[in-house]
Design a binder for this molecule. Structure first.
Ligand code: URA
Length: 222
């Protein structure tokens, strides 16, 4: 895993973004990782329990699927950059009664809210500036909507190359200002989130064919 590093996002930006989520049910913090600049940048949803524990993006079950994506593309983690729209783990709590009769509170992952995603938007914006990706690969609806707005879905856009600006925080210091579109134009190639395959194995063939399309585009670009 040598050669994997996080983009040097300004610590004061991180502090402001994290402070915005104090009081929200989120835990931990870790930046994305890989190399920068990089030809391809993968954007997921949010770290889960394993990622927060291990301090490495996509180190849980979804990460194993993502490694399969990379293998299909003939790439390794130190040739790309992997991150998410929010860099803390959103969780929900519910009581769980053990076999012993004891009740404990268990935490499960949940989709980040729009407010939480906007609160961390300046971090992803900075990562994009450091990575200067030729192609951004949003994985799943959360990443797709964060980057291009919510007028389309991953089901309609997966495996298709789009060219256009991406959303960024209008004013990094003021989350209530929402998003504006970047001046830069990117190639955007949406894919199903690797966790989607875990729940629906029938997606595997579709994702593999999308990856073959992406591979052709990368070869053409390089
Ligand atoms: N899912 C994501 O979207 N990001 C991670 O880092 C892990 C799982």
């Amino acid at each position: 895993m040598s050669g994997i590093r996080s983009a040097p996002v300004d610590p004061s930006v991180i502090a402001v973004c994290r402070a915005r989520l104090s009081g929200h049910p989120v835990e931990g913090f870790l930046l994305g990782g890989g190399t920068y600049p990089a030809q391809v940048m993968f954007v997921g949803e949010a770290p889960g329990a394993t990622e927060i524990q291990e301090g490495r993006p996509f180190s849980g079950q979804a990460g194993e699927e993502l490694d399969g994506y990379l293998q299909r593309l003939g790439l390794t983690r130190d040739e790309v950059y992997i991150t998410s729209v929010i860099r803390s783990r959103p969780y929900k709590e519910k009581p769980l009664t053990r076999a012993s009769g004891e009740t404990v509170i268990s935490r499960s992952n949940r989709t980040p809210t729009k407010t939480e995603i906007l609160a961390h938007a300046p971090i992803l914006d900075e990562e994009i500036r450091w990575v200067q990706p030729q192609i951004i690969v949003p994985m799943g609806n959360t990443a797709l909507h964060r980057l291009i707005g919510s007028h389309e879905t991953i089901t309609s856009l997966h495996g298709k190359l789009i060219e256009g600006p991406v959303q960024q925080a209008a004013d990094p210091a003021m989350p209530d200002k929402g998003y504006i579109f970047s001046r830069e134009i990117y190639q955007i190639f949406p894919l199903f989130h690797p966790a989607a395959i875990l729940y629906n194995r029938k997606l595997t063939d579709i994702v593999m064919s999308d990856l073959d399309h992406l591979s052709q585009i990368l070869r053409r670009n390089s």
